[in-house]
Design a protein. Structure first.
Length: 125
């Protein structure tokens, strides 16, 4: 599968808000996820598919999603691609609970051996 086909299939699952399925299907066992800031006291870096699944489950459990739009993927060479994410969410816990937020972020994904080996997120708010 080419990088373009891989990225399109991955982004397709995200567009359907099938976040856990996307991680389970497309992430390497030892994948590294890097956030721009600490998420829910979990730190900025999460290592391993199982830990990334848990981080995603925490996010789903603690946010009501009103809108989720993805632009991309945008290929970069043979092993990286990016996407722009626009979200409208209401946190259900924490200091911003109940406050409807509009978020924009860029995700950069590195693919090795047919799986996502690293993801990095950059935020604008």
């Amino acid at each position: 599968m080419s990088l373009g086909e891989f990225a399109t299939a991955y982004i397709g699952l995200l567009s359907e808000q099938k976040f856990l399925e996307a991680v389970g299907t497309y992430y390497a066992d030892d994948c590294v996820s890097v956030e721009a800031s600490d998420m829910g006291g979990m730190g900025r870096e999460t290592i391993g598919r199982e830990a990334i699944l848990a981080k995603n489950q925490w996010w789903l459990d603690n946010h009501e999603v009103h809108a989720f739009v993805i632009e991309g993927p945008f290929a970069h060479g043979d092993e990286r691609f990016g996407a722009i994410f626009d979200l409208e969410v209401t946190p259900t816990s924490g200091p911003e609970a109940g406050r409807r937020l509009t978020l924009r972020e860029i995700g950069i994904f590195t693919v090795r051996n047919g799986k996502i080996a690293r993801e990095e997120f950059f935020y604008s708010r």
